[in-house]
Design a protein around this ligand. Sequence first.
Ligand SMILES: Nc1ncnc2c1ncn2[C@@H]1O[C@H](COP(=O)(O)OP(=O)(O)OP(=O)(O)O)[C@@H](O)[C@H]1O
Ligand SMILES: CC(C)(CO)[C@@H](O)C(=O)[O-]
Ligand code: BAL
Length: 365
Amino acid sequence: MTTASRTPTPPLRTRPSRPPPPEKLPNTQILVHRTVSSHRHWRRRLLHDHRTVGLVPTMGALHEGHLSLIRAAARECHAVVVSHYVNPAQFGVAEDLASYPSTWDGDAAVLAQLDRELADDGRNLGRINAVFAPSTAEMYPSGFPGQEVDSKGSFVTITPVGEVLEGRSRPTFFRGVATVCMKLFNVVQPERVYFGQKDVQQTVVIKKMVKDFLMPLEVIVGPTMREADGLALSSRNVYLGARRRKVATVLSRALKAAEERYLAGEVDREQILEAARRVMDDVLGEQASLRPEERVKFEIDYISLADPENMEELTAVDTAKGGILSGAIKMLPVEAPQPGEDLGHSGGPAVRLIDNIILPPAKES
Ligand SMILES: Nc1ncnc2c1ncn2[C@@H]1O[C@H](COP(=O)(O)OP(=O)(O)OP(=O)(O)O)[C@@H](O)[C@H]1O
Ligand SMILES: CC(C)(CO)[C@@H](O)C(=O)[O-]
Ligand code: BAL
């Protein structure tokens, strides 16, 4: 009797299945990864080739502030990844998540144009290689934990720095930011991450997270990009409309007045902040004297002079360390809108504006 020879069946191996090839932004080589697995698959090759990656996290609605960060990343990294994700966890329940400007097609065109510029400039090490644009289901694989202060879930909290200033007015904000940035850093595994000084407290929170969680990456902070009249660029400026836009410079002017006092040699908190308050009070007074159909109302949330390392309020600036002047105001919806008046995106809801100026350490003489 003969026994038929049989090839032994190989043991079953579970190989990670290759994700489908990612789409590209129109007329570019920029890959769009919509899933974690697609991005990871692409990133693995770069790791193997020892290519450095710079990540620029954004919520879209791109403007020159974002582009300045992408330019900085292209100068210093072999590959640039831009994340494009409106993270619900950092919006409070009563905030503007539903109306947050969503401009994917415009952003795609802006990135395509910038990528061509970067490629033509021989001083750059890299260009835009990928956009990571996940869904909320992808970013929160156990289910979205909710926007409430007492929501339960896997969160990263950085305290006490995340509890003051912006954190006091927006109690879930830095928890949401730190959590989503931890996820983005885990997916993209960048050597460098780029953030704007416009959101200065955010940069302090992220630096602390990177330090305390021993994360192998460098946090780079780019300067605040401004309109010609000083207003800090912000995706939320589209909500302002023409009437409020003119008055919105009050915050940058107030901080500038306070900075001038410091640069003239003043270190006392009250003296420095008094200059800012005076600008605010003058504008509040001017506006109050106008008719409802002309005037603009705003509320001051805070004007702060804080320690650059932990955002604790200072009574006097230590000139060896410098300080951070920052402020937040709420521009209220216009009263008595006029026929045909440009009220801004989504009918011109209340808009929170933030800004800051870094007071540098004094030069040693
Ligand atoms: N004017 C600016 N100059 C430099 N960087 C900026 C500026 N505005 C935003 N950034 C940075 O761009 C990154 C992405 O910010 P985001 O997408 O929230 O835009 P934004 O304009 O700050 O939006 P928002 O109006 O929601 O605050 C952040 O690191 C932020 O600090
Ligand atoms: C860093 C960030 C992209 C996280 O969602 C956001 O807070 C922002 O745009 O500044
Ligand atoms: N740029 C900070 C994002 C936010 O205000 O939600």
